[in-house]
Design a protein around this ligand. Structure first.
Ligand SMILES: [Zn+2]
Length: 180
């Protein structure tokens, strides 16, 4: 898995792209939580539930089905963020879904049963530029951790933030033109 910090890149870059009027701070905070929520199954992992089973790490919480269900929270909270319910649903659903997709880009681990229960194959994407991060904090703070952080900065944060800033710039140019 990538480290938890890398999952935050998706809601942060999306908020840069869409602007804080469309994604207000409350929605951003919830999106950040949604992007890391699937890894709360790591708690089950530490309780000794087998790796690879649907109840273990990278199980049910790493499926499309989970993202579709978790999105409902966004639909429910949307009025607080002054968003339409369907937009709040889509926002939280997509932030959640980005998690297993990023996990599928790591070069190690168990793969992701994205389409469970339709199919229980553990998938990876063909393109896997993200170094698998060590599970233990001690190793994460070692040289290996530095390599992981470098690969995440280069392969996740840099392209996502670049894309976010491009969309932001395009929006502002359009806005400036229409004011003239
Ligand atoms: Zn994960």
């Amino acid at each position: 898995m990538p480290t938890i910090f890398t999952h935050l890149a998706v809601p942060v870059a999306a908020t840069v792209a869409l602007g804080s009027r469309r994604i207000p701070p409350g929605a951003l905070a919830a999106g950040v939580l949604a992007s890391i929520a699937p890894d709360f199954d790591g708690i089950a992992f530490h309780l000794g539930i087998a790796y690879g089973g649907m109840t273990g790490h990278r199980g049910f919480t790493h499926t499309v089905l989970f993202a579709l269900l978790f999105g409902l929270l966004g639909g429910w909270l949307a009025p607080r963020w002054r968003m339409r319910r369907v937009a709040g649903y889509a926002w939280i659903m997509l932030c959640t879904l980005s998690h297993p997709l990023l996990d599928m880009m790591t070069n190690g681990g168990a793969g992701i049963a994205l389409f469970w229960p339709l199919d229980s194959v553990h998938h990876f994407l063909a393109w896997r530029p993200i170094e698998v991060s060590p599970l233990s904090l001690k190793r994460l703070l070692s040289l290996r951790g530095v390599q992981v952080a470098r690969s995440e900065l280069r392969n996740v944060w840099a392209p996502l933030m670049a894309a976010g800033l491009l969309v932001w710039a395009a929006r502002h140019r359009r806005g400036a033109q229409s004011k003239r």
